[in-house]
Design a protein around this ligand. Structure first.
Ligand code: DGP
Length: 114
């Protein structure tokens, strides 16, 4: 059993502000929000990085995206816009090695990112 902080959130060993959950994914508010809305959508299956996503995960990763879009609509940020990000490995800025989709919105985003 993994000891990433997200595995502990999945197992409800540490608290999180959960906004959506089903048998495949969990979505909760980021502890360090980068915008008025900042939700993390994670699979319950442990996948360490984007590099570990394989063909068998296509439905699951698609479900992560459709979950994020649904949450964006519920948060009222869909029409104005938002950003979906998956960081990978150190140069991608990944800190937690359990894949997660950042849904960030509610403010104007800048491009390119830092
Ligand atoms: P990344 O850098 O892409 O691996 O993003 C990890 C995110 O996880 C970061 O934005 C902060 C968030 N995070 C880390 N620990 C916790 C926690 O214990 N609870 C919650 N809700 N978010 C966390």
């Amino acid at each position: 059993m993994s000891d990433t902080i997200f595995a502990k959130i999945i197992r409800k060993e540490i608290p999180a502000e959960i906004v959506y959950e089903d048998e495949q994914v969990l979505a909760f508010r980021d502890i360090n929000p980068q915008g008025p809305t900042h939700v993390l959508v994670i699979p319950k299956e442990e996948i360490a990085t984007a590099n570990d996503i394989i063909g068998d995960h296509e439905q699951l990763v698609g479900h992560m995206v459709t979950t994020a879009v649904q949450i964006a609509k519920e948060e009222g940020i869909a029409d104005d816009g938002y950003r979906l990000v998956m960081n990978c490995n150190p140069e991608g800025g990944q800190e937690v090695y359990h894949i997660h989709l950042h849904l960030i919105g509610g403010r104007q985003m800048e491009w390119p990112p830092g």
